[in-house]
Design a protein around this ligand. Structure first.
Ligand code: GRF
Length: 205
């Protein structure tokens, strides 16, 4: 059975990438294989995690690329050279254009650290998401995996998981709980769902 070749795009510490690596090692992503990791800037720890897992890892500097189009063309060239079937955005901070997302319809997924449509869209990333949830005073937050289109956090929702907010939570404490109790569980599950659909489709084509 052909496995779906998965690219993981990262920008930071790579804890979601690590969850994917551990899930693959534990046989939880049988329909896919992590085939390349691409960081939007050099030197991020996610690249180190890829190296330790023996996954090819490259950095394409968004800043050095000059334009979004030039940056995306470099990404597309790498994705093509690694024969990628699907893309997982794991802490990836660049908003991809419609030209890019149209190249991989229903083949790009993203993990967002809130229950979309709350606390999402342009400007909501990293700790900012949890700061907004805490200042609003919601009692429950969580994480969402969704398909990616050109609207930031706008694609069809795949999976969600709720996480309690506790008295005295700081943004850092809440971020960690959402990662542990939601993100790191949902992303491998969603990756397997999409990979299975891709190879399932091919077998019946
Ligand atoms: C975190 O804020 C996470 O909630 C979001 O991206 C950021 C970095 O994640 N998905 P990672 O540790 O680089 O995976």
């Amino acid at each position: 059975m052909k496995k779906a070749r998965i690219a993981v795009l990262v920008s930071g510490g790579g804890t979601n990438l690590q969850a994917l690596i551990d899930a693959e090692k534990n046989g939880k992503i049988p329909s896919g294989t992590l085939s390349v990791v691409i960081a939007s800037k050099p030197g991020v720890y996610a690249l180190e995690r890829a190296d330790q897992a023996g996954i090819p890892a490259l950095a394409v500097s968004r800043k050095a690329s000059g334009s979004q189009a030039a940056f995306e063309q470099q990404l597309l060239d790498i994705l093509e050279s690694y024969r990628i079937d699907m893309i997982v955005l794991a802490g990836f901070l660049s908003i991809l254009s419609k030209d890019f997302t149209d190249r991989y319809p229903q083949r790009i997924i993203n993990i967002h650290p809130s229950l979309i449509p709350a606390f999402c869209g342009a400007g909501y990333y990293g700790l900012k998401v949890h700061e907004a949830a805490l200042s609003y005073g919601v009692k429950v937050t969580g994480a969402t995996v969704h398909y990616v289109n050109e609207v930031p956090d706008g694609g069809q929702i795949l999976l969600q998981k709720a996480v309690e907010i506790l008295p005295g939570d700081t943004p850092q404490v809440l971020q960690r709980r959402v990662m542990e109790q939601a993100e790191w569980i949902l992303l491998p599950q969603a990756a397997e769902m999409v990979a299975a659909k891709i190879i399932g489709k091919e077998e019946h084509a």
